[in-house]
Design a protein around this ligand. Structure first.
Ligand SMILES: [Zn+2]
Length: 381
């Protein structure tokens, strides 16, 4: 291998590491390139904390969104730091489950990706931007008079399933990031196509004298755009802005994917089913929505060993989530009764099914092991 090939190989490897996306367990990934796909679990690499994905490496890179929704169960007494929803196929993210009174929650802060209350981390977000947004949201709830908190939690839930608002935000992102994507694609072409060809044809000096200043000019333009949009979209996340602006200015391999990095945290606050309804064709959205619907109705077992009153807080909140989800789905023309209906028998000897994952078994089966022991139901004749 020649020196030039080695250098191009090293540059390619550095770039590939820039394409890796780490998603904390429970985030549902909506990836648009090379084709629109939804992932609840990475097919590549995952552990109990999260999953690693690789964003599409070629221009124009596509979109990489992660939706998770509100991870807690609000109540007039406080915030239960647990919901039974399990978006990931292998179970919920590890999460300390307790009821934090509202007085303590007025002190909630974002420290990097973590949400911290009185020195204790209660949740880890995917991005610092989302941690900042969530902390501000919870502090706003804590500052309210107790009798207004029900209205606050209702508004919070409606916002998670606001499908028209998600569509508007998607369109806004696409419109405002178009130029950034184009400049990123141009910088990528310069780095991985034009410069290697020119080095091969004319040797090192002329291409580097022209190519490197051009590449850094693209990076500087991208970092200026990142600063402007980040300030507008995530005003509370100053530390993250500083890091991203500096990285995109100094590292062209990061700068080429700046649009994707800026866009990703804009959708984390929405429920994955709502993002599916807003962004996917009907036939692609329905299987995910149906699975998440059944997961809410029949949560994966076991549940944490919480006092009975706290488990009741969780199940009441989950009922409200289901109600809001049902309204959003029927507005989009979906019939949730179909999602609850027993599946058709796939083998003649199957007599029972799991109401959560719809796996089937013979009439001897009693519980679904994949869902932690949910009792099987009979398939109607
Ligand atoms: Zn099951």
């Amino acid at each position: 291998m020649t020196e030039r090939q080695q250098l191009l190989g090293i540059l390619g490897l550095i770039y590939l590491t820039e394409c890796i996306r780490w998603v904390r367990r429970g985030g549902v990934v909506f990836n648009s390139a090379p084709e629109a796909r939804i992932w609840r679990k990475s097919p590549l690499l995952n552990n109990s904390q999260g999953d690693a994905y690789i964003g599409w490496a070629l221009p124009t890179f596509g979109e990489f969104h992660v939706a998770r929704g509100f991870p807690f169960s609000p109540h007039t007494d406080g915030l239960l730091t647990f919901t039974a929803a399990s978006f990931h196929q292998d179970g919920r993210p590890s999460q300390p489950a307790f009821l934090k009174p509202w007085n303590d929650l007025s002190q909630v802060t974002a420290q990097g990706e973590k949400l911290v209350v009185s020195g204790q981390a209660v949740w880890v977000c995917d991005t610092p931007n989302e941690a900042g947004r969530l902390a501000a949201e919870i502090r706003a709830g804590a500052a309210l008079e107790p009798n207004r908190r029900t209205e606050w939690s209702h508004r919070l839930l409606e916002a998670q399933f606001d499908v028209p608002a998600i569509r508007e935000r998607l369109a806004d992102s696409r419109r405002r990031l178009r130029r950034l994507r184009q400049v990123g694609a141009a910088a990528w072409s310069l780095m991985f196509l034009a410069m290697p060809v020119a080095v091969w044809r004319w040797g090192w000096t002329p291409p580097l004298w022209i190519g490197i200043p051009l590449l850094f000019a693209c990076s500087l333009w991208i970092s200026r755009e990142v600063l402007r949009l980040h300030r507008e979209w995530f005003p509370q996340a100053g530390d993250d802005r500083f890091r991203l602006v500096l990285l995109t200015a100094l590292s062209p391999v990061t700068a080429v994917r700046a649009a994707e990095l800026l866009d990703r945290p804009r959708f984390e606050e929405f429920h994955p089913a709502a993002l599916a309804l807003a962004s996917l064709p009907r036939e692609a959205a329905e299987p995910l929505c149906a699975a998440l619907w059944r997961d809410l109705k029949h949560p994966r077992l076991p549940l944490p060993a919480l006092p009975a009153d706290q488990l009741l807080i969780e199940s009441k909140w989950r009922d409200q989530v289901l109600k809001t989800f049902g309204h959003a789905a029927s507005k989009e023309g979906f019939d949730t009764v179909r999602w609850d209906a027993p599946p058709a028998r796939t083998e003649s000897n199957h007599g029972r099914y799991c109401p959560r994952c719809h796996a089937q078994s013979t009439s001897q089966g009693t519980v679904c092991q994949d869902c932690g022991g949910i009792a099987l139901l009979d398939i109607p004749a």
